[in-house]
Ligand binder design. Sequence first.
Ligand SMILES: [Zn+2]
Length: 204
Amino acid sequence: MTKQQPPVDGYCEQCGFNYDTGDLQGTVTLLIRQSADCSMALTKAAAGPDANVVRLRPEPDVWSAIEYACHVRDVLEVQRLRIAQCLAEDRPVYAPMDRTGRVKQEKYEKQDPMEVAAALVRNAKDFGAAARVLRPQELGKLGLYNYPVRAPRTLGWIIRHTAHEIQHHRHDIVEILAKVEPPIVPKPKVEEVEATDEVVEAID
Ligand SMILES: [Zn+2]
């Protein structure tokens, strides 16, 4: 089952992100926190009783937790480079990141979850550092962006959109792990059965 494409403005009903609220600093703080959540969910699952759960797809065409985490890690890097490109060029045209092609080319499902988790947090911090220092004039600068349709977008929108990507996929990762993770079943206690062959006699 393919999910409905998330919105790129206004309110996202799937993850609760709102493009219309939050200032730059608050948005970046949220992004870093949500990235840490993605990273933690992945490492926790990978350290659990069945490390392989991070590689399980809940449906054939829905990514696994590790695939989403790799995607989030790469989005953060690509978006940081787009900030740099936007500041450096007069009329920036961003190259598409090829989100689906990367899954196979980079062998997302084979990557080490602990390394992915660490890189994800590192990339979030680097993205945050590049975004936090932008001045209002820079935030209003336009570039030609490809997703979901080719359209001019401000740098401010790119930052909010990146924060949405992370929040949205954090939601995906948590949801997927909840579906594929084995339930924690407590070990059955060995009951001490006492042989009682007393006959309780009813006393009138
Ligand atoms: Zn969303």
